[in-house]
Ligand binder design. Structure first.
Ligand code: SAH
Ligand code: SF4
Ligand code: F3S
Length: 437
């Protein structure tokens, strides 16, 4: 009889790709098939995120629910970033958990499955050359890891403590994976890493030094590949060569994520981001000068310790100048093992909430204004999702979500679509973007 796997994935795109790797390993080597029905699962996995405090608190209540609902004999495993930083504490607090597998130890999934109470959370375990079995949730768009870990030390961020030091995956493996995905029908690839444009700084073995710009060139040589996207680039590493390749390479989608975090140079310094407000604005100006059609998204943290009203005004000022197409905005959340956790000049909760609402309201106004420009224009859309209401949706090159009435015949196809109606979309709880019909 086949064994059933229920897997819940929280967090970022890297976690989604890790879940695909976990499913691939468990299905090829252990004969598991995935299920949405928790009660019939033989193995229940939670792939966790610990970037902010809330999801971590939720984990233990969720584990309790899973333990009550699971069928007799079913195992529960905790994977991902919270697994990395809490380790065996998870089993101490929830003794019914069978194993804990850190974000940097995905390749050991079939090993821990057979070891009761295994805890594998080495954050510098090197799986940059591990050949994972193949599994993709979507046949149309292929997520591909290009590096693991993060070498930065942003003072608010736990990620370097959950995913360890940065190691690039050899370009030959990335190109091979992309070729295979394209042969299997994907026309778009989505490159993943915490600092994609720092690619090539460190490999684990002897490898040709290839930087991110060169990697993009090599990938765009894959004949049937039509679109390349990536996340996240770091503003500090956005040199002219990278921006010019981005603008001139027709396969690279004209949508750039530029995580600002704060518009105040003082706060950016306290965050150890490595750039100033002026540098950020200069990079946006350079990008728009060579690629006027680019859409720009960002991440912003409000109420970082020491953020004054003037500092927050600087963030609003950058918002007004750049007019981001999409923002992911968060209240600062103190995290263990980070430098900022020890800062005492915290911002009170009411001010933090006020700033978050002010920022999001300003962005809604910006998006409403920008949306008007889309009416009547024609965009090439790559269709990926069939919605229940007989709408098929996809994205334009510059990342606008576009829906048309249609059937699954459109999936995996490109069509030119004229925009006739505009709506507002909440792509995620804290993000606002465009939705166009
Ligand atoms: N490597 C990416 C970010 C990954 S984490 C980059 O540097 O852009 C995703 C986002 O979560 C960050 O951009 C930041 O905006 C947010 N974030 C990270 N730590 C946070 C914290 N302690 N509190 C609130 N938001 C945080
Ligand atoms: Fe975190 Fe900074 Fe690394 Fe991004 S670059 S993952 S924010 S430490
Ligand atoms: Fe991603 Fe969350 Fe880890 S954002 S890197 S899953 S802490």
């Amino acid at each position: 009889m086949t064994k059933k796997l229920f897997i819940e994935t929280l967090g970022c795109a890297m976690n989604s790709r890790d879940s695909e790797h976990i499913i691939a390993e468990l299905s090829e080597k252990e004969g598991f098939v995935t299920t949405d029905d928790l009660k019939s699962a033989d193995l229940i996995l939670i792939n966790t995120c610990s970037v902010r405090e809330k999801p971590v608190a939720k984990l233990f209540s969720e584990l309790g629910v899973f333990n009550k609902k699971k069928k007799e004999g079913a195992k529960i495993g905790v994977c991902g970033c919270t697994a990395s930083h809490l380790g065996e504490e998870i089993i101490k607090r929830a003794p019914y958990v069978s194993f804990v597998l850190g974000a940097r130890n995905v390749s050991k999934i079939t090993e821990v499955l057979h070891k009761e109470k295994a805890v594998e959370v080495d954050i510098n375990y090197d799986e940059s050359e591990f050949a994972f079995n193949d599994f993709r949730t979507s046949p149309y768009k292929a997520y591909i890891n290009i590096s693991i870990g993060c070498d930065k030390s942003c003072t608010y961020c736990i990620v370097p403590k959950t995913r360890g030091e940065e190691v690039s995956i050899p370009d030959s493996l990335i190109v091979k994976e992309a070729q295979k995905a394209v042969e299997n029908g994907a026309k778009e690839i989505f490159l993943l890493g915490q600092n994609v444009n720092n690619y090539g700084r460190r490999f684990s073995g002897e490898h040709e030094k290839v930087n991110f710009t060169e990697l993009l060139r090599r990938l765009s040589n894959i004949e049937k590949l039509q679109r390349i996207r990536f996340t996240s680039p770091h503003p500090f590493h956005m040199d002219d060569e990278f921006i010019e390749e981005f603008a001139s390479n027709p396969k690279i989608c004209k949508s750039m994520h530029m995580p600002l975090q704060s518009g105040s140079s003082k706060v950016l310094k306290d965050m150890k981001r490595g750039y100033t407000k002026e540098w950020f604005l200069n990079r946006v100006e350079k990008l728009r000068s060579v690629c006027p059609e680019v859409s720009i998204s960002t991440d912003i943290i409000v109420a970082f310790p020491g953020e004054s009203d003037e500092d927050f005004e600087d963030t609003l000022d950058v918002m007004k100048k750049v007019k981001f197409d999409q923002i992911f905005s968060f209240k600062y959340s103190p995290r263990p093992e980070t430098e900022a956790r020890h800062y005492t000049n915290t911002v009170d909760e009411d001010t933090a909430s006020y700033r978050l609402t002010t920022l999001q309201n300003l962005h809604t106004d910006i998006v409403d204004e920008k949306n008007k420009e889309y009416l009547g224009k024609v965009y090439s859309v790559y269709f990926e999702d069939l919605n229940k209401d007989y709408f098929v949706s996809g994205r334009s090159d510059n990342n606008i979500v576009i829906k048309v009435k249609g059937s699954d015949e459109l999936l995996g196809e490109f069509r030119d679509v004229k925009i006739t109606e505009i709506g507002r979309a909440h792509v995620e709880l804290q993000s606002r973007g465009h939705l166009v019909c």
